[in-house]
Design a protein around this ligand. Structure first.
Ligand code: GGG
Length: 333
């Protein structure tokens, strides 16, 4: 079956890691129709709109979206797109791969970040000269669905031999109302899952535990801004942002993107690591039901990483497209 995918390269290294990943997707032999659409800083400068209407239409019309990176216009592009598609769960796997310098070899957990509200709701105002405010929105409805998503994910992972545990990270002792509600709904939803363990930590302590005991985590669930920050730190424990993929999942749509941004300092040099986007494409293949192809791409990538056939950030001497071709070659075999 033909899969219609909306491809948004975005800014900076998005223009390198996305085409490199398309190279790998084409190697699977699965029929894809790629619908290219624009978004980001460049299109904003040209047209005055960072997320053109045609891009929104293409994203809504396709089976999935493969997104590269957003730069200065991130709030109006990727944060907005996640809200428009109502992809309420941002799934960010944290996994150690052989051949990559990691804090520990047994790190393998998922951060589930609430994707539609919190401090990223975009409600900001200047209420007086030199006085600005942002509104943090936490609703019972969004909490319930993100916690159910996290517990269901822990249940699926338990079937594959994982512990079956969800850890909620919050700051309910200070943000008494908003995170008070977040924590309360977490334990309310936990009662529906007596086969899954539930625990919670303050976000600041959690930030330490992803360094001191990352092997103890299975599924970690948190709010929007905390998840954005925590997942970059977590990526640092397994080789850096070049290896951190993500899936934005809703009831109707799926959007897949590397956790990293546009990295203007290395853009155009063809040295960006394509791994995060290739792993995001693996998540997309699973979302599309193409499980065999997903396993094939992941296995090929694992082999390439283990052999050190990588970009310079991981000590190799290949460029973005050469590394992707090493993966594509093995996918074709
Ligand atoms: N591919 C992810 C990306 O473009 N990140 C840039 C950024 O600032 N994103 C904000 C966010 O992930 O919420």
């Amino acid at each position: 079956m033909m899969h219609k995918i909306c491809v948004i390269e975005g800014d900076g290294i998005g223009k390198e890691v996305v085409p490199a990943t398309i190279q790998v997707l084409e190697a699977t032999g699965i029929p894809f129709e790629f619908v290219y659409a624009e978004a980001g800083d460049e299109v904003y400068k040209r047209t005055g709109k960072a997320l053109p209407d045609e891009t929104i239409e293409a994203a809504l019309d396709c089976e999935a979206v493969l997104f590269g990176a957003a730069g200065e216009t991130a709030a109006d592009v990727i944060v907005k797109l996640r809200q428009i598609l109502d992809t309420y769960a941002n799934v960010r796997p944290v996994k150690a791969y052989k051949g990559v310098k990691c804090l520990r070899p047994d790190i393998d957990y998922i951060i589930v970040r609430e994707n539609t509200e919190g401090l990223y709701k975009g409600i900001e105002a200047e209420i007086d000269e030199g006085v600005t405010i942002a509104t943090r929105v936490i609703t019972e409805k969004a909490c319930e669905r993100i916690f159910r998503f996290a517990f269901n994910m822990a249940r699926e992972r338990k079937k594959m031999g994982k512990e079956g545990k969800v850890t909620c990270a919050h700051k309910a002792n200070v943000l008494k109302l908003t995170d008070g509600l977040f924590k309360k709904i977490f334990y309310k939803v936990a009662e529906e899952y007596d086969d899954i363990k539930a625990e919670d930590y303050y976000i600041d302590a959690m930030n330490m535990y992803i360094i001191t005991k990352p092997q103890t985590f299975d599924v970690v669930v948190t709010s929007n801004l905390f998840g954005d920050i925590l997942s970059d730190g977590a990526a640092g424990t397994v080789g850096g942002l070049g290896l951190a993929p993500s899936a934005n999942i809703g009831d109707e749509h799926g959007l897949f993107e590397p956790v990293h941004g546009s990295a203007p300092d290395i853009a155009g040099k063809k040295i960006a690591n394509p791994t995060a986007t290739i792993l995001s494409a693996v998540l997309m293949l699973r979302y599309l039901g193409e499980y065999e192809a997903a396993d094939r791409v992941e296995k090929a990538l694992e082999e390439v990483l283990a052999l050190g056939l990588t970009t310079p950030d991981l000590g190799g001497n290949l460029n973005t497209f050469e590394m992707a071709e090493e993966v594509a070659k093995r996918v074709r075999e």
